[in-house]
Write a protein that binds this ligand. Sequence first.
Ligand code: AMP
Ligand code: MG
Length: 403
Amino acid sequence: MAQQPLLSVEEARARILAALSTTQSEIVSLAQASGRVLAEEAIARRTQPPADLSAMDGYAVRADDVANVPARLRVIGTVPAGGSYDGMLGRGEAVRIFTGAPLPNGADSIVIQEDTVRDGETVTVNEAAQRGQHVRVTGLDFRTGDAGLPAGRKLSSADIAFAAAMNLPTLAVHKRPVVAFFSTGDELVPPGTEPGPNQIVSSNNAGLGALIAEAGGIPLDLGIAHDNEDDIRAVASRAADADMLVTLGGASVGEHDLVQRALAPAGLDIDFWKVAMRPGKPLMFGRLGPLPMFGLPGNPVSAFVCATLFLRPAIARMQGGDSALHTTLARLGKPLPANGPREDYIRAALDHVPHELPVATPFDRQDSSMLSVLARAGCLVIRPVGAPVAQAGDSVTVLPLRS
Ligand code: AMP
Ligand code: MG
């Protein structure tokens, strides 16, 4: 494992995505479907609207009767939403109608009540009607058998309303993958405990758990392993029923690749373990037995950037969803030096400017341990390998960190 060329970020992501399979599907109620990824096309079980319906409160009429206005019509009945008018509307007649009510037979148009004056059994129409105006014709929205939502769709609130209208009380979605993870380090204690001398609080467990959940996975926090091979193997063995394993730390050269040495006897099969990026060069991907496995760097910002660039797309792919990174353009708020041989992910503030590109202003401190800077960052500015000096105002590609 010693001699391995650095992979590009793109190539590393492609290899990860190619190695993953999607989870099985399960049936969930609409109340549980938000943010889930459809496993099967959702097909309409009914036609909507089921009949020609009024789109307004007013009068159902024949357009020919109100071609010349004012026109006086005889009101022969009323039809509310959910009701019907069973008679036939003839020449010179109108039916009082409300939004969502079916058009009476013989009527072809709706005049809105604001364009009428009612006097007992008579209504005076003051505006001519286009034939079919304010009528929602049968099947305007969708018809029985229509393909409403495609497989692979991450369900929004609008999608769920659409599914309900199609009379689908449940949907087939991909199971959320269970992502087990643990940190390594004798210096780490959980938040809320009192660190001993020279110890620090583990931030990666909590942060990664949140990121996994945001990406649609089910986080399984296995805690903190000590810096020895036996403990790392013991903790990793508790991930057996998960869909994926992530280790944090113990991966840098200074740690002599502790995780790799610990898990080799447990069946670790490494695909790659170095990526040409900053922060986060010691990123490992492979399999532990059948389990896809990431080894993320321990530095909190490196761990977060690697999880954002690789683990999030992986979780999306396992759910059959969109694994693309949604980068966008921004203007630089200040100059940046030329970049070297590693793709750089620079923490930056992102300020929205109405009707223009947002402004990305890199923070001066880019140390990969600094969570105060990461938490303030609105985006990562992506500096390609070998990018030349950039000036304030230049357009750059950024990955927004907040939606
Ligand atoms: P390592 O990859 O184990 O060499 O860790 C690199 C740096 O990240 C060290 O300074 C660790 O103390 C720190 N670190 C490792 N794991 C965590 C964690 N879970 N939370 C906060 N810092 C960590
Ligand atoms: Mg360590």
